[in-house]
Design a protein around this ligand. Structure first.
Ligand code: NAD
Length: 798
């Protein structure tokens, strides 16, 4: 198969979705042209320009770096259709009207490049019907591409082929969306609302029906159907408010209009309370009122009986919360047998979702895998409905569902399909097996697609029952202690996986990392620091230092800190390349660990920063030494007379204000990632790319950097920085303790009381870090910050 090259993408429609899809393409470095209608007044690009401007203000931010909004090329259909000829992929995301979409397709058809893929982001229209109007030569290159809102953060993209879509087109698109856009692809059949919205919204409607039946208020339902149930923390009604009640109604209407023969049809009727809210214009969060409403600081909920808003915040019963904490099989049994209405409600909504998914599997998806991934990635469920069912005991639960159907308790009288209780699924105890997931349409288990793109995922996200390898038990183990596992997958690269909570760096972690370096140097090409979950390291483990501190005070900490600094230098000067595979949080000590590696491979969603001042400390594991060294390197690379201080400012400010980069790209701007570092859009490709980097560096004859002395800004630099911070303190912008911290940070990054331009070593600067770090530990204000953080997890401002 020839490689599908995407040089440029066009997005048609700069509304909620189109503009954000364009923004996300900027995040993953794909050039994008964003089109909208020509403005009737003013500049013709007025509509699209306003949308691009809006991206900078939207929360959560659709852009990893808000200053990059300008990279979106703006266009309108009157002046710029020619631009389409240079696009390899065209994503249509205009308003949800069949006639408007068809009109637009006719208009753009003459400008579509002969190889380009055209795809619609429609959430409810038939892809086949949309395809019908297209010229014959475009039809084989047309399909659905359904992003979820907000597209930067939602992992799911559904791809929907029609009968006339050429199969390799979908394969090519799947590879692009996975690797370059960084998303999880689920292929859906061309049925109303596809997979995630079909199952998800049917589930929300069932929840609304059961909640009314059991007389539960919206806040209690949300408490029960959020995190406690392993679902998105916004529960059911707040999710509806966030999505927008009009959008919800739109999805529901698609079901009402198109699914008359569905045995669950009766449940698709718009609930009265929802219709009432929409009529009043209470469309949820965007209208500042929906099922919930914020009044001042208080959250209120609608009381459907009176139509008034009353104080919200009621939680589910403790006894029910305890049931939810039990093992899967016990949990369902307890809920079902309990007389507590909240427990019965929970059993009812789980039963309804299992029943619904079983009845519809054959028509909406190729296999049960698509349904479960769609619900994980599109609706924030920890596990999909089939997984929850399978985990609880497939046949037992099936029997309970059938009993409820017979007793008239279920939402539809449709029986469970025969495949649930007879044949291979019954024999295997569920729909997910090591052989594959169940295809109800084909009556067999089917393995995951073996597209080449998936060879880039060593440990793809896996489903309950699929027998997927646990990365922390895979490969060949080379060393292990309580907080680090050192192993290899290929015999060429050593992988160090930190297993401690939040991957906090303790003496055991340091020991494990040093051991990994030793092993790698003895017989491997390189080393990668990677863990299978979504955090690189949230920092140093302050609690683990407590016993030493209690016994010996700050004097006892100095040797511990020196060990950590030595470990950082051991990584930096290792004879083999050490690559940090970063994802999620890389804070404090985690950031320091990353900057001392030979290279960083970072997932685009990496949040990086030196945040130590939040606990009243300064970065003490080489972070400030790194800032000083980088400034010297940048000054040397620039002109000979360049003032080091100029290059220190950003680094100083980032450390002194605990600035956290909100994306890998922003981390590059701050300087925690370098231009030579690699940013990876897909989380599941991180290990593959990091190992490839380690090997490539080794194969290119890697040598560690020379240990060199470098110049510092010295006492005049300190005076200059301190002067500025003193102004901020005197103006009341920072506290006295923040001033002290900033002064000490300035002292280290400038190299202490020496002449400007004096040459220093990393060890010298690290000794300064240690001195100030230990002194701060004895400072009551710092102690107050540390205790506050350990006790409440929140920074204390003092
Ligand atoms: P929107 O209303 O925010 O934006 C629609 C855009 O279409 C506007 O910029 C408008 O100028 C343009 N437009 C309107 N009429 C047009 C016409 N006749 N010709 C060309 N352009 C026209 O809508 P949205 O929420 O961004 O939805 C866009 C598409 O994405 C829809 O198909 C929708 O179903 C789908 N979708 C929406 C969401 C969501 O949560 N909003 C999620 C997934 C998919």
């Amino acid at each position: 198969m020839s490689r599908f090259q995407v040089r440029k993408v066009a997005v048609l429609g700069a509304g909620v979705m189109g503009a954000q899809i364009a923004a996300h393409l900027v995040n993953v470095k794909v050039p994008v042209v964003l089109f909208d209608l020509p403005a009737k007044e003013g500049p013709k690009n007025g509509i699209v320009a306003k949308a691009v401007d809006g991206l900078k203000k939207l929360k959560p931010s659709p852009l990893g770096d808000a200053t990059e909004a300008g990279l979106i090329t703006q266009a309108n259909y009157e002046e710029h259709l020619e631009l389409l000829k240079g696009c390899d992929l065209i994503i249509e995301a205009i308003a949800e009207r069949m006639d408007w979409k068809l009109d637009l397709y006719t208009k753009i058809a003459p400008f579509v490049a002969p190889h380009a893929i055209v795809a619609s982001n429609t959430s409810g229209l038939s892809i086949t019907k949309l395809s019908d109007v297209l010229p014959e030569e475009i039809k084989p290159r047309f399909c659905g591409i359904h992003f979820f809102n907000p597209p930067r953060y939602m992992y799911l993209v559904e791809l929907i082929p029609t009968a006339t879509t050429r199969p390799e087109i979908i394969d090519q698109l799947e590879a692009f969306v996975t690797t370059s856009v960084g998303k999880g692809v689920v292929r859906a059949k061309d049925t109303p609302n596809f997979v995630a919205n079909r199952v998800g919204v049917a589930g929300m409607m069932a929840t609304m029906i059961e909640a009314e039946k059991f007389g539960l208020s919206f806040d209690v339902v949300d408490d029960l159907t959020g995190k406690k149930l392993g679902r998105a923390s916004s529960g059911t009604f707040r999710t509806a408010d966030v999505v927008g009640l009009d959008t919800m109604a739109h999805v529901m209407k698609t079901m009402q209009d198109n699914l008359q023969d569905d045995p669950f049809y009766a449940t698709y009727a718009t609930p009265k309370v929802l219709a009432g809210l929409i009529e009043k214009g209470a469309l949820g969060q965007k209208a500042k009122a929906g099922f919930f409403k914020k009044v001042g600081k208080d959250i209120m909920r609608l009381d459907p009986a009176t139509g008034e808003y009353v104080p919200a915040g009621k939680k589910g019963d403790d006894i029910v919360a305890r049931m939810l904490k039990k093992a899967p099989a016990d949990r369902l049994k307890l809920l079902r047998e309990s007389t507590n209405p909240q427990a019965q409600f929970l059993w009812a909504i789980l039963r309804d979702s299992f029943h619904y998914c079983a009845v519809h599997l054959a028509s909406i998806a190729d296999t049960a895998r698509e349904v479960d991934f769609a619900m994980r990635w599109g609706f924030g469920n920890q596990k999909g409905p089939f997984e929850v069912w399978q985990e609880a005991g497939w046949l037992q639960v099936a029997q309970w569902i059938s009993e409820d159907i017979a007793a008239g308790k279920a939402l539809s009288s449709a029986p469970l399909p025969a495949w649930v209780t007879e044949g291979p699924v019954a024999a295997a105890g569920g729909v997910h097996t090591a052989e594959g997931s169940w295809s109800a349409a084909e009556g067999k288990f089917k393995a995951r697609a073996s597209l080449p793109v998936y060879a880039r995922q060593h440990f793809p996200e896996s489903l309950v029952g699929s027998g997927a390898a646990d990365p922390l038990k895979s490969g060949t183990e080379l060393f292990k202690n309580d907080e680090v596992r050192v192993w290899t997958l290929d015999g060429e690269v050593v992988i160090a996986s930190i297993t401690a909570k939040l991957h906090l760096i303790s003496p055991a972690v340091t020991e494990g990392l040093l051991k990994a370096v030793e092993i790698a140097e003895a017989g491997y090409k390189g080393m990668v620091i990677w863990s299978p979950d979504d955090v690189f390291s949230a920092g140093a483990n302050l609690e683990s230092l407590m016993p030493v501190f209690m016994k010996m005070g700050s004097k006892g900490i100095a040797p511990e800190e020196k060990k950590l600094q030595d470990a950082m230098l051991a990584l930096r000067y290792a004879n083999v390349p050490v690559v940090a595979a970063m994802r999620g949080l890389a804070l404090g000590g985690g950031c320091e660990l990353a900057v001392h590696c030979a290279r960083r491979v970072a997932h685009v969603e990496s949040y990086v920063g030196l945040v130590e001042v939040g606990v009243g400390l300064l970065p003490g594991a080489g972070g400030l030494t790194y800032i000083a060294r980088r400034a010297a390197e940048m000054a040397a690379a620039g002109n000979a007379n360049a003032d080091i201080l100029t290059f220190l400012k950003d680094g100083f400010l980032s450390a002194a204000t605990a600035k956290v980069a909100t994306s890998a790209h922003e981390a590059k701007k701050i300087g925690y990632l370098l231009d030579s570092d690699v940013i990876v859009p897909n989380k599941d490709e991180l290990l593959f790319v990091a190992t490839a980097q380690a090997k490539a560096m080794a194969d290119s004859g890697y040598r560690p950097p020379h240990k060199a002395v470098f110049p510092v800004a010295g006492r005049s630099g300190i005076a200059s920085i301190k002067g500025q911070v003193a102004n901020m303190r005197d103006g009341g912008f920072v506290s006295q303790h923040d001033y002290l911290l900033a002064s000490l940070i300035a002292d280290v990054v400038c190299g202490g009381e020496v002449e400007a331009g004096s040459l220093v070593t990393e060890e010298y600067l690290m000794a300064l870090e240690r001195k100030h770090f230990c002194a701060l530990l004895d400072n009551p204000k710092t102690q107050e910050r540390i205790m506050g953080m350990l006790q409440t997890g929140k920074p204390v401002r003092n």
